[in-house]
Design a protein around this ligand. Sequence first.
Ligand SMILES: [Ca+2]
Ligand SMILES: [Ca+2]
Length: 82
Amino acid sequence: MIGAAPEVKGVAGDANCDGKVSIADSTAILQHLGNQDKYGLSAEGLKNADVDGNDGVSTNDALVIQMVDSKLLTVEQLPLKK
Ligand SMILES: [Ca+2]
Ligand SMILES: [Ca+2]
């Protein structure tokens, strides 16, 4: 993987667009929902954040990302089907 840049664009679950899926993405979604003016996600982040199979970003999307962080789901399973 020498010289290979991580794929940052369009990673399912990567709400904060740092190229990986972690608990920080779950937190970013919750902050977005709680205070959109201050902590709003980018357009790309919103697209990445919508992983639970239901349209729109909700606390359930944050929950799905927590499940990935807890190894109950894998990134490869995202986004979940309806
Ligand atoms: Ca991330
Ligand atoms: Ca959703």
